[in-house]
Design a protein around this ligand. Structure first.
Ligand SMILES: NC(=O)c1ccc[n+]([C@@H]2O[C@H](COP(=O)([O-])OP(=O)(O)OC[C@H]3O[C@@H](n4cnc5c(N)ncnc54)[C@H](O)[C@@H]3O)[C@@H](O)[C@H]2O)c1
Length: 350
C-alpha cells in the first residue's frame, strides 16, 4: 500500500514508519519536524520507499495525496501542558489541521483514514474497564481536541457512504524507546528521573489509574488498522493497549524503584489528578486479533539500558515536548522582535 503518515517523525511516527516499510508499504511522511528529522537514516536505507516532506497538516500539498491508499494521522500537539501553552494554536493544529488533512484525503480518493486518538478521552472514568462505548469525559484541551476530531471524522465517514473508512485508535499512554524520545511520558520520565536523580515525583495522589502501551505495540496497531478488512474496522474505535498494563501511578513508581534500587518516591503537593481511567482492550483482541508483546517492566529495562549506555541523552531539550514548544515559541517571538533583514545574530557576525 501507499501510506501517508502525518506526524511520522514524532515519537510514535518514527517507530511506525520503519514498521510500515518492513511490511513492504511505500511511505510518505508529512511533518513539521518540530523535534528534528528522526527519519534521515530510514529514508536513506529505504531505496526510495520513504519520502519525508517538511510540511503542515493545515496546508498539505495536494500532490502528496495522489495515489495514497491510507492516511495515518499521528500529527499534532501531543500532551496536556503543550496544549495549554497556546490554546489557539492547539485548536488550529489539532482540530483544524486534522480536519483539513481528512478533507483533502477524501477529496483525493484516499479510502482508509486512521486517526491517533487517546484513552485520555475517558478523562475521569466512571468505572474500571472502560470500553469504546463508555462515556467520554475529557478533562483537558488536549483530550477535548481528540473528542472533537473523532466526532468530525466519524461524521465524514458516515456521510461518505462507504468510500471513506475512518478508524480511530485510542492509544494508552505510550512508553519505550523511539528515535524521537519523549521523557514527558510516565514510564519514560520516571525511569529517567530514577536513574539520573534517584528520585521519582508522584503527582496527583498516585491512586489514579492509567493504561500503558509500548511504542512498538502501538506501531503494530496502526499497521493493522491501515490494512485490515474494511468490514471490521470502518467506522470503528479501538482502545490500544493491554489490560495487564493498566496500573495506578504509585504502583508504576514502585516498579521503577524495584528496577533502580535506592530510588526515593516523593509525593508532590498537587491536587488529585483528574485523569483517572482504567481501560478494557478486549475489542481489538477480538476483532483484530491484536495482542501487545511488551510489558511495562520491559519498557523500564529498555529505557534504563539506553540511559546507561548513553544511547539516549536525558538532557536533550527536544525529548521534552513542552520545553521544545516553549523554545520554538520564544525563538519565533525573538525573530519577530529583533531580526534585521531576516537574521537574528550569527548571519551578521562577519
Ligand atoms: N505518546 C503517547 O503517549 C500518546 C498517547 C495517546 C495518543 N497519542 C497521540 O498519538 C499521536 C502521536 O503522538 P507522539 O507521542 O508521537 O507525539 P509527538 O509530539 O512526538 O509527534 C507529533 C509529530 O507531529 C508533528 N506536528 C505537529 N504539528 C504538526 C503540523 N501542524 N503539521 C505537521 N506535523 C505536525 C511534530 O513535528 C511531531 O513530529 C498524537 O496525535 C498524540 O496525541 C500519543
Amino acid at each position: 500500500m501507499k501510506i501517508l503518515v502525518a506526524g511520522g517523525a514524532g515519537y510514535v511516527g518514527s517507530v511506525l514508519v520503519p514498521t510500515l516499510l518492513e511490511k513492504g508499504h511505500t511511505v510518505t511522511v508529512l511533518d513539521r519536524l518540530f523535534f528534528g528529522n528522526t527519519l534521515v537514516e530510514a529514508e536513506r536505507a529505504s531505496r526510495g520507499k520513504l519520502r519525508v516532506v517538511r510540511g503542515d497538516t493545515r496546508a498539505c500539498p495536494r500532490e502528496l495525496m495522489q495515489g495514497i491508499d491510507a492516511v495515518i494521522d499521528v500529527a499534532g500537539i501531543s500532551n496536556d501542558p503543550s496544549c495549554e501553552l497556546e490554546p489557539e494554536l492547539t485548536r488550529s493544529v489539532n482540530l483544524d489541521g486534522g480536519k483539513r488533512l481528512a478533507e483533502l484525503a477524501r477529496a483525493c480518493g484516499v479510502r482508509r483514514y486512521v486517526y491517533s486518538s487517546s484513552c485520555s478521552v475517558y478523562g475521569h472514568g466512571e468505572s474500571v474497564g472502560l470500553t469504546e462505548t463508555s462515556p467520554r469525559h475529557p478533562v483537558s484541551a488536549y483530550a477535548r481536541s481528540k473528542v472533537d476530531l473523532e466526532d468530525f471524522l466519524f461524521d465524514m465517514g458516515r456521510r461518505s457512504k462507504g468510500d471513506f473508512e475512518v478508524v480511530a485508535l485510542r492509544l494508552a499512554t505510550v512508553f519505550g524507546l523511539s528515535p524521537r524520545m519523549r521523557f514527558d511520558l510516565a514510564v519514560n520520565v520516571m525511569t529517567k528521573n530514577a536513574y539520573v536523580n534517584r528520585r521519582i515525583m508522584v503527582d496527583g495522589g498516585g491512586r489514579q489509574w492509567r493504561p500503558f502501551v509500548h511504542v512498538r505495540d502501538a506501531a503494530d496497531a496502526f499497521t493493522m488498522a491501515a490494512s485490515a478488512d474494511a468490514k471490521v474496522v470502518a467506522g470503528e474505535v479501538f482502545n490500544v493497549g493491554a489490560a495487564s498494563n493498566n496500573v495506578q501511578i504509585l504502583n508504576l513508581a514502585f516498579r521503577v524503584r524495584d528496577a533502580i534500587p535506592g530510588t526515593e518516591i516523593v509525593h508532590a503537593a498537587t491536587d488529585p489528578d483528574l485523569r483517572d481511567y482504567n481501560v478494557a482492550f478486549e475489542k481489538a483482541e477480538r476483532v483484530l486479533d491484536y495482542r501487545t508483546a511488551r510489558t511495562i517492566d520491559d519498557g523500564i529495562v529498555e529505557v534504563l539500558g539506553a540511559l546507561k549506555s548513553g544511547a539516549v541523552d536525558p538532557d536533550e531539550r527536544r525529548w521534552y515536548t513542552l520545553r521544545q514548544y516553549v523554545f520554538l515559541r520564544d525563538a519565533e517571538r525573538a525573530m519577530q522582535e529583533l531580526a534585521l533583514d531576516g537574521a537574528l545574530l550569527l548571519s551578521h557576525a562577519n
